[in-house]
Ligand binder design. Structure first.
Ligand code: ADP
Length: 298
């Protein structure tokens, strides 16, 4: 059985003004994966998601959602896909239930009340089912966007910065729900600026920059690549002869080291101690995804 949920091959997107927003992007997301897509603003993430959602066509290349071509067979690819977009857009005259019923109708699904109520329950919105969307708070509107993307029980779910501007509590409850969907077999693709979130949730993470895919690996491996320990301190003496065998940089009185393990940290501090060198502002920091990301985008 084919295990690929999303297949992106050589996708190029050149906007009408000649700007190349996607520059030969290729990668695959496996069924059941929790996949992260990250990168700085302007990297091309939204452009890529629009192409996956058949909202805009790539200039060249192909995208398949569960085997369905997003350009040639967009009806099928859309049926298999639920996208939670960044911006909040609702018709202010409809109730929560109406929004979700109309959305179901759009996918040709009738009598969807049971599922609609279940999603609203899971998202803590059931008590608002008959409320007008304009009366909802920002966080509730965000949850309704998630509900809207799920009315047709799509096997592949894309969340575009779903927790941007959302309070911590909602973020947590949203993740409990999304994780549950993932455990039930849904493939989740998440774009996020919160790398801590990506680190905790995603099996693999892709980084984009200037329209290109610059890294893609298992989250653990991405973190392991830069498993260095960063040590820095201030020292007014010239300690270069003492530390020649370490990987270090120094500028004025600030010395910084990239060490591979804590034995090296100990060794360094031992040298400092035994030579009675005076240091201050000692900082020891392990790399996290944020730093991997920063070193990638630099
Ligand atoms: P991201 O979501 O990673 O922030 P986007 O996909 O929104 O990146 O944008 C990628 C690049 O494409 C940006 O430089 C943006 O200005 C440009 N871009 C986006 N939409 C258009 C458009 N309709 N016409 C021209 N350029 C665009």
């Amino acid at each position: 059985m084919n295990s690929i949920a999303l297949d992106i091959q050589n996708v190029i997107k050149i906007y009408n003004n000649g700007f190349k927003a996607l520059d030969n992007v290729s990668f695959q997301v496996f069924k059941g994966e929790f996949f992260g897509l990250s990168g700085p603003n302007g990297a091309g993430k939204t452009t890529l998601i629009s192409s996956i959602a058949s909202l805009s066509n790539p200039t060249s290349g192909s995208i398949h959602v569960l085997g369905y071509d997003t350009q040639k067979d967009s009806n099928h690819s859309k049926m298999n896909l639920g996208v939670v977009p960044q911006e909040l857009v609702f018709d202010p005259f409809f109730t929560v239930k109406e929004v979700l019923s109309y959305q179901s109708g759009y996918y040709g699904i009738k009598n969807n009340d049971q599922w609609i109520e279940e999603i609203l329950e899971q998202l803590g919105l059931l008590s608002k089912i008959n409320d007008n969307t304009r009366s909802l708070s920002g966080g509730m509107k965000r949850r309704l966007m998630v509900a809207q993307a799920l009315v047709h029980k799509p096997p592949v779910i894309i969340l575009d910065e779903p927790t941007a501007g959302v309070d911590v509590e909602l973020r947590q409850s949203l993740w409990v729900f999304i994780k549950k969907l993932n455990q039930q077999g849904h493939t989740i693709i998440l774009t996020t600026h919160y790398l801590e979130e990506a680190e905790q949730l995603c099996d693999r993470i892709a980084f984009m920059k200037k329209g290109q895919l610059i890294a893609l690996d298992e989250t653990e491996k991405l973190l392991a690549v830069d498993e260095q320990i960063h040590v820095s301190f201030t020292c007014h003496e010239n300690i270069s002869p003492l530390i020649a065998h370490f990987n270090y940089q120094h500028e004025k009185n600030k010395w910084s080291f990239e060490l591979n393990n804590y034995a090296q940290v100990e060794h360094l501090l031992h040298i400092i101690n035994t030579n009675q060198v005076t240091i201050s502002n000692l900082g020891i920091m392990e790399k996290d995804l944020e730093q991997v990301f920063l070193s990638l985008i630099q």
